[in-house]
Design a protein around this ligand. Structure first.
Ligand code: ES4
Ligand code: ZN
Length: 326
Protein backbone atom coordinates (compact mmCIF):
# COMPACT_ATOMS: atom_id res chain seq x y z
CA UNK A 1 0.00 0.00 0.00
CA UNK A 2 2.76 2.46 0.89
CA UNK A 3 4.68 1.35 -2.22
CA UNK A 4 1.61 1.98 -4.34
CA UNK A 5 1.25 5.46 -2.81
CA UNK A 6 4.92 6.10 -3.52
CA UNK A 7 4.59 4.95 -7.15
CA UNK A 8 1.53 7.16 -7.60
CA UNK A 9 3.12 10.31 -6.29
CA UNK A 10 6.60 10.04 -7.86
CA UNK A 11 7.11 12.13 -11.03
CA UNK A 12 7.38 9.65 -13.91
CA UNK A 13 8.34 9.38 -17.56
CA UNK A 14 6.46 7.26 -20.09
CA UNK A 15 8.54 5.93 -23.01
CA UNK A 16 6.21 3.47 -24.76
CA UNK A 17 2.81 4.83 -25.68
CA UNK A 18 0.90 4.59 -28.95
CA UNK A 19 -1.28 7.69 -29.14
CA UNK A 20 -3.86 5.77 -31.21
CA UNK A 21 -3.99 3.27 -28.34
CA UNK A 22 -5.28 5.97 -25.97
CA UNK A 23 -8.63 6.18 -27.79
CA UNK A 24 -11.15 5.43 -25.06
CA UNK A 25 -14.51 3.96 -26.17
CA UNK A 26 -16.35 7.15 -25.06
CA UNK A 27 -14.20 9.33 -27.34
CA UNK A 28 -14.45 6.70 -30.10
CA UNK A 29 -18.24 7.07 -30.03
CA UNK A 30 -18.14 10.85 -29.80
CA UNK A 31 -15.83 11.11 -32.82
CA UNK A 32 -17.83 8.51 -34.78
CA UNK A 33 -20.93 10.63 -34.27
CA UNK A 34 -19.11 13.90 -35.05
CA UNK A 35 -17.67 12.49 -38.29
CA UNK A 36 -20.50 10.20 -39.37
CA UNK A 37 -18.26 7.13 -39.23
CA UNK A 38 -20.15 3.86 -38.65
CA UNK A 39 -19.00 1.64 -35.75
CA UNK A 40 -19.75 -2.08 -35.46
CA UNK A 41 -20.80 -1.66 -31.82
CA UNK A 42 -24.08 -0.60 -30.20
CA UNK A 43 -22.51 1.19 -27.25
CA UNK A 44 -19.43 1.82 -25.14
CA UNK A 45 -19.99 -1.34 -23.10
CA UNK A 46 -20.01 -3.44 -26.28
CA UNK A 47 -16.65 -1.97 -27.25
CA UNK A 48 -15.14 -2.75 -23.85
CA UNK A 49 -16.57 -6.28 -23.99
CA UNK A 50 -14.79 -6.84 -27.32
CA UNK A 51 -11.39 -6.11 -25.75
CA UNK A 52 -10.42 -9.70 -25.03
CA UNK A 53 -7.36 -10.75 -26.94
CA UNK A 54 -5.44 -13.99 -27.15
CA UNK A 55 -2.51 -12.51 -29.07
CA UNK A 56 -1.10 -9.31 -30.58
CA UNK A 57 -2.88 -9.66 -33.93
CA UNK A 58 -6.35 -9.90 -32.37
CA UNK A 59 -5.67 -6.60 -30.63
CA UNK A 60 -4.21 -4.95 -33.75
CA UNK A 61 -7.37 -5.75 -35.74
CA UNK A 62 -9.49 -3.71 -33.28
CA UNK A 63 -6.82 -1.02 -32.89
CA UNK A 64 -6.75 -0.28 -36.65
CA UNK A 65 -10.56 -0.41 -36.80
CA UNK A 66 -10.91 1.94 -33.80
CA UNK A 67 -8.71 4.64 -35.28
CA UNK A 68 -11.01 4.96 -38.33
CA UNK A 69 -12.98 7.58 -36.35
CA UNK A 70 -9.93 9.90 -36.40
CA UNK A 71 -10.49 12.28 -39.31
CA UNK A 72 -9.81 15.94 -38.52
CA UNK A 73 -6.97 17.90 -36.94
CA UNK A 74 -9.28 18.53 -33.96
CA UNK A 75 -9.83 14.76 -33.55
CA UNK A 76 -6.09 14.19 -33.18
CA UNK A 77 -5.90 17.15 -30.81
CA UNK A 78 -8.75 15.84 -28.65
CA UNK A 79 -7.22 12.34 -28.58
CA UNK A 80 -3.82 13.61 -27.51
CA UNK A 81 -5.14 16.16 -25.01
CA UNK A 82 -7.33 13.51 -23.34
CA UNK A 83 -4.23 11.32 -22.88
CA UNK A 84 -2.20 14.21 -21.43
CA UNK A 85 -4.93 15.23 -19.00
CA UNK A 86 -5.31 11.63 -17.89
CA UNK A 87 -1.60 11.05 -17.23
CA UNK A 88 -1.13 14.45 -15.57
CA UNK A 89 -3.25 12.89 -12.80
CA UNK A 90 -0.71 10.01 -12.67
CA UNK A 91 2.17 12.47 -12.20
CA UNK A 92 3.64 11.77 -15.62
CA UNK A 93 5.94 14.72 -16.30
CA UNK A 94 7.57 13.49 -19.52
CA UNK A 95 6.15 11.38 -22.34
CA UNK A 96 7.59 10.00 -25.58
CA UNK A 97 4.65 9.16 -27.78
CA UNK A 98 4.52 7.01 -30.91
CA UNK A 99 2.20 7.56 -33.80
CA UNK A 100 1.60 5.32 -36.85
CA UNK A 101 1.39 7.66 -39.87
CA UNK A 102 0.89 4.83 -42.39
CA UNK A 103 -2.31 3.72 -40.63
CA UNK A 104 -3.76 7.19 -41.29
CA UNK A 105 -2.20 7.98 -44.68
CA UNK A 106 -3.68 4.69 -45.99
CA UNK A 107 -7.16 5.99 -45.05
CA UNK A 108 -6.61 9.24 -46.94
CA UNK A 109 -5.78 11.43 -43.93
CA UNK A 110 -3.12 14.06 -44.71
CA UNK A 111 0.11 13.94 -42.68
CA UNK A 112 -0.38 17.61 -41.82
CA UNK A 113 -3.81 16.85 -40.32
CA UNK A 114 -2.67 14.17 -37.90
CA UNK A 115 0.69 15.73 -37.09
CA UNK A 116 -0.67 19.22 -36.42
CA UNK A 117 -3.39 17.92 -34.11
CA UNK A 118 -1.01 15.76 -32.08
CA UNK A 119 1.70 18.42 -31.87
CA UNK A 120 -0.70 21.25 -30.97
CA UNK A 121 -2.02 19.20 -28.04
CA UNK A 122 1.52 18.36 -26.91
CA UNK A 123 2.47 22.05 -27.00
CA UNK A 124 -0.66 22.99 -25.02
CA UNK A 125 0.00 20.09 -22.64
CA UNK A 126 3.53 21.32 -22.01
CA UNK A 127 2.20 24.85 -21.29
CA UNK A 128 -0.86 23.91 -19.26
CA UNK A 129 0.17 20.66 -17.57
CA UNK A 130 3.97 20.90 -17.52
CA UNK A 131 4.43 17.63 -19.41
CA UNK A 132 7.52 17.61 -21.66
CA UNK A 133 7.50 15.37 -24.73
CA UNK A 134 9.30 13.71 -27.60
CA UNK A 135 7.65 12.38 -30.77
CA UNK A 136 8.35 8.97 -32.30
CA UNK A 137 7.14 8.20 -35.81
CA UNK A 138 6.63 4.46 -36.05
CA UNK A 139 6.73 2.33 -39.20
CA UNK A 140 4.29 -0.55 -39.63
CA UNK A 141 6.28 -3.77 -40.02
CA UNK A 142 3.44 -5.68 -41.72
CA UNK A 143 3.81 -3.25 -44.63
CA UNK A 144 6.75 -3.13 -47.06
CA UNK A 145 10.05 -1.32 -46.73
CA UNK A 146 8.94 0.71 -49.73
CA UNK A 147 5.86 1.87 -47.82
CA UNK A 148 8.09 2.91 -44.90
CA UNK A 149 10.31 4.92 -47.27
CA UNK A 150 7.18 6.56 -48.70
CA UNK A 151 5.97 7.52 -45.22
CA UNK A 152 9.41 8.96 -44.45
CA UNK A 153 9.27 11.03 -47.63
CA UNK A 154 5.78 12.29 -46.77
CA UNK A 155 7.02 13.26 -43.30
CA UNK A 156 10.03 15.17 -44.65
CA UNK A 157 8.69 18.71 -44.05
CA UNK A 158 8.02 17.82 -40.39
CA UNK A 159 11.14 15.81 -39.59
CA UNK A 160 12.80 18.61 -37.63
CA UNK A 161 9.87 18.32 -35.18
CA UNK A 162 10.12 14.52 -34.92
CA UNK A 163 12.71 13.07 -32.54
CA UNK A 164 12.81 9.39 -33.39
CA UNK A 165 11.44 6.53 -35.44
CA UNK A 166 10.11 3.19 -34.25
CA UNK A 167 8.86 -0.11 -35.67
CA UNK A 168 5.58 -1.67 -34.57
CA UNK A 169 2.54 -3.79 -35.58
CA UNK A 170 2.49 -7.58 -36.03
CA UNK A 171 5.87 -8.98 -35.06
CA UNK A 172 5.62 -12.69 -35.99
CA UNK A 173 6.93 -13.22 -39.52
CA UNK A 174 7.95 -9.56 -39.85
CA UNK A 175 11.61 -9.48 -38.74
CA UNK A 176 13.45 -6.16 -38.28
CA UNK A 177 15.98 -7.08 -41.02
CA UNK A 178 13.67 -5.91 -43.78
CA UNK A 179 13.86 -2.32 -42.47
CA UNK A 180 17.65 -1.97 -42.25
CA UNK A 181 17.92 0.51 -45.11
CA UNK A 182 15.09 2.78 -43.99
CA UNK A 183 16.48 2.83 -40.44
CA UNK A 184 19.98 3.60 -41.80
CA UNK A 185 18.47 6.55 -43.69
CA UNK A 186 16.68 7.75 -40.54
CA UNK A 187 19.95 7.53 -38.61
CA UNK A 188 21.64 9.69 -41.30
CA UNK A 189 18.83 12.20 -40.87
CA UNK A 190 19.70 12.49 -37.18
CA UNK A 191 16.64 10.66 -35.86
CA UNK A 192 16.85 8.45 -32.77
CA UNK A 193 15.87 4.81 -33.26
CA UNK A 194 13.76 2.29 -31.37
CA UNK A 195 11.88 -0.87 -32.38
CA UNK A 196 9.37 -3.29 -30.91
CA UNK A 197 11.18 -6.61 -30.54
CA UNK A 198 10.84 -9.73 -28.42
CA UNK A 199 7.18 -9.10 -27.53
CA UNK A 200 5.99 -12.15 -29.48
CA UNK A 201 9.02 -12.52 -31.72
CA UNK A 202 12.13 -14.59 -30.88
CA UNK A 203 15.39 -13.33 -29.37
CA UNK A 204 16.84 -13.24 -32.88
CA UNK A 205 14.52 -10.31 -33.70
CA UNK A 206 16.04 -8.40 -30.76
CA UNK A 207 19.53 -9.15 -32.12
CA UNK A 208 18.41 -7.87 -35.53
CA UNK A 209 17.05 -4.69 -33.95
CA UNK A 210 20.29 -3.88 -32.14
CA UNK A 211 22.76 -5.11 -34.79
CA UNK A 212 20.89 -4.50 -38.05
CA UNK A 213 18.68 -1.49 -37.22
CA UNK A 214 21.12 -0.14 -34.61
CA UNK A 215 18.32 0.99 -32.32
CA UNK A 216 19.09 2.66 -28.98
CA UNK A 217 16.09 1.21 -27.16
CA UNK A 218 14.01 -1.96 -27.35
CA UNK A 219 10.24 -1.73 -27.00
CA UNK A 220 9.11 -4.71 -24.87
CA UNK A 221 12.09 -7.12 -25.15
CA UNK A 222 10.50 -9.81 -22.94
CA UNK A 223 11.79 -12.72 -24.99
CA UNK A 224 15.38 -11.47 -24.81
CA UNK A 225 15.46 -13.35 -21.49
CA UNK A 226 15.54 -16.63 -23.43
CA UNK A 227 19.06 -15.82 -24.69
CA UNK A 228 21.73 -15.35 -22.00
CA UNK A 229 24.22 -13.86 -24.45
CA UNK A 230 21.61 -11.33 -25.58
CA UNK A 231 20.80 -10.39 -21.97
CA UNK A 232 24.50 -9.76 -21.40
CA UNK A 233 24.78 -7.63 -24.55
CA UNK A 234 21.71 -5.55 -23.57
CA UNK A 235 22.97 -5.11 -20.00
CA UNK A 236 26.59 -4.31 -20.97
CA UNK A 237 25.47 -1.70 -23.50
CA UNK A 238 22.85 -0.25 -21.12
CA UNK A 239 19.90 -0.61 -23.49
CA UNK A 240 16.60 0.63 -22.15
CA UNK A 241 13.71 -1.84 -22.39
CA UNK A 242 10.28 -0.20 -22.47
CA UNK A 243 8.22 -2.90 -20.76
CA UNK A 244 4.41 -2.84 -20.58
CA UNK A 245 3.01 -5.16 -17.87
CA UNK A 246 -0.75 -4.80 -18.50
CA UNK A 247 -0.18 -5.04 -22.25
CA UNK A 248 1.78 -8.26 -21.67
CA UNK A 249 -1.13 -9.64 -19.65
CA UNK A 250 -3.87 -8.61 -22.12
CA UNK A 251 -1.96 -9.97 -25.13
CA UNK A 252 -1.08 -13.22 -23.32
CA UNK A 253 2.68 -12.57 -23.44
CA UNK A 254 2.39 -13.58 -19.77
CA UNK A 255 -0.44 -15.73 -18.37
CA UNK A 256 -0.42 -14.10 -14.95
CA UNK A 257 1.21 -10.93 -13.58
CA UNK A 258 2.78 -13.10 -10.89
CA UNK A 259 4.85 -14.57 -13.76
CA UNK A 260 5.83 -11.19 -15.16
CA UNK A 261 9.62 -11.04 -15.83
CA UNK A 262 10.10 -7.44 -14.63
CA UNK A 263 12.14 -8.34 -11.52
CA UNK A 264 14.16 -10.93 -13.46
CA UNK A 265 14.99 -8.17 -15.92
CA UNK A 266 16.18 -5.84 -13.14
CA UNK A 267 18.16 -8.62 -11.46
CA UNK A 268 19.80 -9.41 -14.81
CA UNK A 269 21.04 -5.81 -15.00
CA UNK A 270 18.60 -4.71 -17.70
CA UNK A 271 17.39 -1.11 -17.71
CA UNK A 272 13.67 -1.87 -17.69
CA UNK A 273 10.99 0.81 -17.53
CA UNK A 274 7.22 0.75 -16.86
CA UNK A 275 4.86 1.89 -19.62
CA UNK A 276 1.23 1.58 -20.70
CA UNK A 277 1.52 0.84 -24.49
CA UNK A 278 -2.18 1.14 -25.49
CA UNK A 279 -3.90 2.11 -22.24
CA UNK A 280 -7.44 2.37 -23.63
CA UNK A 281 -7.24 -1.23 -24.84
CA UNK A 282 -5.19 -2.85 -22.08
CA UNK A 283 -7.01 -1.57 -19.03
CA UNK A 284 -4.70 0.98 -17.55
CA UNK A 285 -2.42 4.00 -17.67
CA UNK A 286 1.06 4.28 -16.16
CA UNK A 287 0.05 4.18 -12.50
CA UNK A 288 -2.18 1.17 -13.13
CA UNK A 289 0.87 -0.61 -14.54
CA UNK A 290 2.97 0.22 -11.46
CA UNK A 291 0.09 -0.86 -9.23
CA UNK A 292 -0.23 -4.18 -11.06
CA UNK A 293 3.48 -4.91 -10.59
CA UNK A 294 3.46 -3.98 -6.91
CA UNK A 295 0.37 -6.10 -6.23
CA UNK A 296 1.71 -9.21 -7.97
CA UNK A 297 5.49 -9.17 -7.52
CA UNK A 298 7.73 -8.92 -4.40
CA UNK A 299 9.14 -5.60 -5.60
CA UNK A 300 11.27 -3.57 -3.18
CA UNK A 301 11.20 0.17 -2.64
CA UNK A 302 14.65 0.36 -4.20
CA UNK A 303 13.51 -1.54 -7.31
CA UNK A 304 10.54 0.81 -7.62
CA UNK A 305 12.88 3.81 -7.53
CA UNK A 306 15.11 2.11 -10.11
CA UNK A 307 12.18 1.63 -12.50
CA UNK A 308 11.13 5.27 -12.16
CA UNK A 309 14.73 6.47 -12.59
CA UNK A 310 15.21 4.22 -15.64
CA UNK A 311 12.30 6.03 -17.30
CA UNK A 312 14.15 9.35 -17.23
CA UNK A 313 17.60 7.83 -17.86
CA UNK A 314 16.31 6.00 -20.95
CA UNK A 315 14.41 9.03 -22.27
CA UNK A 316 15.56 11.27 -25.09
CA UNK A 317 15.64 14.33 -22.86
CA UNK A 318 18.96 16.21 -23.00
CA UNK A 319 21.55 15.38 -20.32
CA UNK A 320 20.73 18.68 -18.65
CA UNK A 321 17.00 17.91 -18.59
CA UNK A 322 17.73 14.41 -17.26
CA UNK A 323 19.85 15.85 -14.42
CA UNK A 324 16.79 17.79 -13.35
CA UNK A 325 14.75 14.59 -12.95
CA UNK A 326 17.39 12.09 -11.71
C1 ES4 B 1 1.25 -2.29 -30.44
CL1 ES4 B 1 1.35 -3.70 -28.15
C2 ES4 B 1 1.83 -3.35 -29.76
N1 ES4 B 1 2.72 -4.14 -30.36
C3 ES4 B 1 3.04 -3.89 -31.62
N2 ES4 B 1 2.52 -2.89 -32.34
C4 ES4 B 1 1.63 -2.09 -31.74
N3 ES4 B 1 0.96 -1.03 -32.20
C5 ES4 B 1 0.19 -0.57 -31.22
N4 ES4 B 1 0.34 -1.34 -30.14
ZN1 ZN C 1 3.86 -0.92 -28.32
Amino acid sequence: DTLIKLAERLPKAELHLHIEGTLEPELMFALARRNGVPLPYDDVEAVRAAYQFSNLQEFLDLYYQGMSVLQTEQDYYDLTMAYLQRVAADNVVHTEIMFDPQAHLERGIAFDTLFSGIERALQDGEQQLGISYRLIMSFLRHLSEESAFEALKTAEPWLHRIDAVGLDSGEQGNPPDRFERVFARCRELGLKLTAHAGEEGPPDYVWQAIKGLQVERIDHGNRALEDAELVKALADRQFTLTVCPLSNLKLCVVNDLKEHPMLTMLESGLNATVNSDDPAYFGGYVNDNYRALIEHLPITREQLHTLVRNGFAGSWLSDREKQHHL
